[in-house]
Design a protein. Sequence first.
Length: 232
Amino acid sequence: MKYLLGTSLILCAVALPLPAHAQDEGPPVPVEKAAYHWPVFRNDYAMVLRVNFGPGKGAGYHIHSLDQISVIVEDSENAGQLLNEAPTPGRRNERGSVGFTAFSKKPMTHKTMNVGSTPFQNIVIGLIKPQPGTFKPAARDAASYHQLFDNERARAWRLLLEPGQTAAAITQNAPGLRVVVDGGEIAEIVPGEPERGQILRLGDFYWQEPGATRAVRNIGTTRANIVEIEIK
């Protein structure tokens, strides 16, 4: 009887329906239509998605076709699968890492899932225009701004400021974004204007128009970790 009961339970388990993500997922969708990939900003230059999913969550097959910059603000272990290829094991993308991929030259269709135990959050910036424009980002003070990459589409820097530290003034020549990895409190210092305080929170982002000259001071009690991007 024990053997028969065990066999019956196994057969019942096999007969249960598979989870939704293991069933027919339908055709691939554009990345901005994928689950947990939410468009939160768009203009003539960039589309920003907040990719945010918890353990066990993910997105079915979706298509990346725009040149893309990504900033990991919460890391976890993600497993993926390219269309018509074998799955890849989970791997961790380090929090704060910044990447660029030229998907306009070679689009990618894949699906992904958080197989870790912590939430995953990625700020994804798709570049709307298929070719570089006429903007030319200027160099920044290397003592304050650590350059992360510089290619035909964009230039990116990391700004790390301990409490009380000030980054030298820069002039932004091209449009772009500021993405917050570690929050805190800063003040922007613009010539001829009063200091302007700002609270930063993990995952916040801000569009920045060209033409501004500014210094940045950490007026909070924790380190600020900011990624700044200028689009060409």
